[in-house]
Design a protein around this ligand. Structure first.
Ligand code: SF4
Length: 412
């Protein structure tokens, strides 16, 4: 078993230690009082309610809400306003979400509600692979200008290189890329620079981003399943020591949609896993913000409550039990472990798209992403199922999942 993903008692202790080993709420209460300022909404938002705690976002020094709003779905303008008026002050979007429509909707909503300056706004460049050497500034700035126009603003608080993978991480060391971001900062088009990542190389990318010094914040997949990922935990420790802004996404770590029968007894125990999952990230004192893909008022209300409530000992225990019981149902994204046995199929990517389809309900997006893969990346017929399944240290039925993905997301 790879050291990155093997069992790790240290990680387990970290998770349980956040709440279960304490009297209910004591640990979180002390953590939050040390890190989060007294809740208050910035002035300017009509009907603003001071309901979400603020936190200083690492080296940016900016006060943002611990709860951020994600917009990678067909976000409604009225829901954007609801979230902002409720006190959410961190919004994450991208030029690639809904093929630029998310930025347009967001720009309209913030302009109409006159709340642009009340929120910390992040968007992302998803076409930066050619941004090297002399071309770097032009490639990055052209995309940024498109985002600024759609967002109806003359600056974004942070601009990301989106979805960085191991293939692109050398850009972090390219002086031209660093200089492009510094130039955009000087001219006031961006305040801070960052990147997002859900690649198997996340620990290495996080490590390098922390070292190069010009990356102010990073958003990455982080949830209750990350506790036994030793390399990631070490990279998060290092980034936190260097005071990087750390933003969690995909905090649900859900496998339920794939195997609902395995977890229904938790529901019967009155355990709301979604709430416990987000609370478990809020308890991690190194993480600043959780970006949540909220789609309705009920989720917004629950998440806002979760920023203020402790992860109870019972929730921590059940979440840990749930993690252990479903560990072999959830793809951890460690494609380097199994993809050499997959004859060119990018297993981690395909299973991520399958999760978008099954767990997040993003069916159209998942199908579009899958169908955009080259044909050879979807050719599962040549795979030796025994070899591939044996390559996954987490015991996932990899071949069966790839077949399910092809059936659900493929062209047929
Ligand atoms: S199938 Fe298993 S080895 Fe492959 S990426 Fe997913 S969790 Fe890692």
């Amino acid at each position: 078993m790879d050291g990155n993903h093997g069992g790790c008692d240290g990680g387990r202790r970290r998770f349980l230690g956040a709440a279960a080993a304490t009297t209910a709420g004591a640990a979180l209460a002390s953590t939050n009082s040390a890190r989060a300022d007294e809740p208050q909404a910035p002035a300017g938002a009509a009907n603003a309610k001071p309901a979400v705690p603020l936190v200083t976002l690492g080296r940016t020094g900016q006060k943002v809400t611990k709860l951020g709003m994600g917009t990678s779905w067909a976000v409604q303008p009225s829901f954007v306003q609801t979230a902002v008026f409720a006190g959410v002050r961190y919004i994450d979007t991208s030029e690639s979400y809904e093929n630029t429509v998310a930025e347009q909707v967001l720009g309209d909503a913030l302009e109409r509600s006159k709340t642009r300056k009340d929120v910390y706004l992040v968007t992302k460049n998803s076409q930066y692979r050619r941004a090297t050497g002399e071309r770097a500034l032009k490639v990055i700035e052209e995309r940024l200008d498109g985002s600024l126009a759609r967002l109806k603003t003359d600056y974004v608080d942070c601009y990301y290189l989106h979805g960085m993978s191991g293939r692109e991480m050398s850009l972090l060391k390219d002086p031209a890329v660093k200089s492009a971001f510094e130039d955009l900062k000087r001219r006031g088009k961006i305040k801070f620079s960052g990147l997002s990542c859900h690649d198997a190389k996340l620990p290495e990318i996080l490590d390098l981003a922390a070292e190069v010094g010009w990356v102010d914040q990073i958003m990455f997949k982080y949830n209750f399943r990350s506790v036994n990922h030793d390399a990631l935990q070490r990279a998060v420790d290092k980034a936190a020591k260097l005071n990087m802004g750390l933003v969690a996404m995909k905090t649900q770590g859900g496998a339920e949609a794939t195997y609902p029968d395995k977890v229904k007894e938790f529901v019967q125990k009155g355990f709301k896993r979604e709430v416990a999952a987000i609370k478990s990230v809020f308890t991690d004192e190194r993480m600043h913000v959780v970006v949540s893909e909220m789609t309705n008022r009920e989720q917004l209300r629950e998440n806002m409550s979760a920023t203020r409530e402790a992860l109870t000992a019972k929730e921590a225990r059940l979440l840990e039990e749930h993690r252990e019981r479903t560990a072999n149902l959830y793809c951890h994204g460690c494609g380097h472990l199994c993809e050499t046995s997959a004859k060119g199929v990018p297993v981690a990517t395909v299973l991520r798209y399958l999760r978008y389809y099954q767990a997040y309900g993003k069916r159209d997006q998942a199908r579009a992403l899958y169908q955009a893969l080259p044909a050879e990346s979807r050719a599962i017929v040549d795979i030796d199922a025994d070899v591939l399944d044996a390559a996954c240290p987490h015991g996932l039925p990899v071949t069966e999942l790839l077949r399910t993905a092809d059936k659900r997301l493929g062209l047929a």
